[in-house]
Ligand binder design. Structure first.
Ligand SMILES: *Cc1c(COP(=O)(O)O)cnc(C)c1O
Length: 351
């Protein structure tokens, strides 16, 4: 048997997550991973590298708890929000349980479930990118975890709060509801954090990768009641956060770091509005979907042509053509004013 044949069957069958970086491209304008377009600047203040780090560094947990308005016991820090997705599946799903999610949405729910050998159930979003609660309810049998991304990546849609509450109702005592709030800083009023007190089966995923402009740091959070956090603590790696990561994350969560994040959000929102208007004026654009994130989902007459033309000119966007219901759609992260302008001009030059 060769090495691949020795690997688990579900790993043999696995298509790895097509991350923006993995997809490659030879660009100088990177608008395909919803990153912030410029880097914040931090110096390391901790220089003790011979000792293992604190498993859940106090300054990071305290900083995030204060920022999110919860207690320290409600916060778990991990290697990005992506690790949180996998921890929840690993901690709650037996081999014959399943995970439910609603495409088009973030690709890692499926990849993590498949990696863990857990079955997938999908209930597509409705035509206006909302939850199909009737179908979800019919499909809950054997489901241990339901993932909802809000605002949703890649559509930018906010899922109706009343629907999230209904989902929490129909899953109580049966399944964990994960609300992925990776982009919540761009619409902070929509957070479900204040519902934690009412729902022991609610878990909220957060990250420093988007509005905090620290995707390179690999730092994310789970917010939940203490009992759920305790379950995740059992399965997380012993030292998930390297010393330099904890050092920078703690600084980013200081009042000054939060103020800088809020300024960044304001800048992104005004750039998003400009880009949206400019794209809506293009004859090649069929629709720019309303977005509450740092990206726009755009439906073109010929999305693949636009994607390829910009790709060839070093402007790397995210093609969504193959996502459920998103034929001819391209996701464009909000870049700097100059980058967004280049997108608009390059599209205008396509005949
Ligand atoms: C970016 C993102 C995450 C988490 O990213 P990390 O870099 O792993 O923290 C989680 N969910 C969604 C929907 C995202 O777009």
């Amino acid at each position: 048997m060769n090495i691949t044949q020795l690997s688990r069957k579900n790993v043999q069958a696995l298509t790895p997550y097509q991350s923006a970086r993995r997809l490659g491209g030879n660009g100088d304008v990177w608008l395909n991973a919803n990153e912030y377009p410029t880097s914040p600047n931090f110096d390391l203040t901790h220089r003790t590298f011979n000792r293992y780090p604190d498993p859940q560094p106090e300054a990071v947990i305290q900083g995030y708890a204060d920022y999110a308005g919860v207690k320290q016991e409600n916060v778990l820090v991990s290697r990005g929000g992506d690790e949180s997705i996998e921890l929840i599946i690993r901690a709650f799903c037996e081999a014959n349980d399943s995970v439910l999610y609603c495409p088009p949405t973030y690709g890692m729910y499926a990849v993590s479930a498949e990696t863990c050998g857990v079955a997938l159930k999908t209930v597509p979003l409705t035509a206006d990118f909302q939850l199909n609660l009737a179908e979800i309810e019919k499909n809950l049998n054997g489901v241990k975890v339901v993932f909802v991304c809000c605002p949703n990546n890649p559509t930018g849609t906010l899922i109706k709060r009343s629907d999230l509450l209904k989902l929490l109702q129909i899953t109580a005592g049966k399944a964990i509801v994960v609300v992925d709030e990776a982009y919540i800083e761009f619409c902070p009023q929509a957070t479900m954090v204040n519902e934690l007190a009412n729902h022991p089966h609610l878990a909220i995923i957060r990250t420093l990768s988007k509005a905090f402009a620290l995707a390179g740091l690999r730092c994310g959070f789970t917010l939940a009641n203490a009992e759920l956090i305790g379950v995740l603590q059992k399965v997380i790696a012993p030292y998930p956060l390297p010393v330099p990561v904890a050092d920078i994350a703690a600084q980013a969560l200081q009042p000054q770091g939060i103020a800088q994040m809020k300024q960044r959000v304001a800048d992104v929102l005004s750039e998003r509005e400009k880009l949206q208007k400019n794209l809506e004026n293009s004859p090649l654009v069929e629709k720019v979907f309303e977005s509450d994130g740092n990206y726009l989902l755009v439906k073109f007459q010929d999305g693949q042509k636009v994607f390829k033309t910009l790709w060839d000119q070093g402007i790397i966007l995210r093609d969504q053509h193959k996502a459920v219901g998103l034929a001819n759609c391209v996701r464009i992260s909000i870049g700097t004013a100059e980058e967004n302008q280049r997108v608009v001009e390059t599209i205008a030059a396509i005949v």
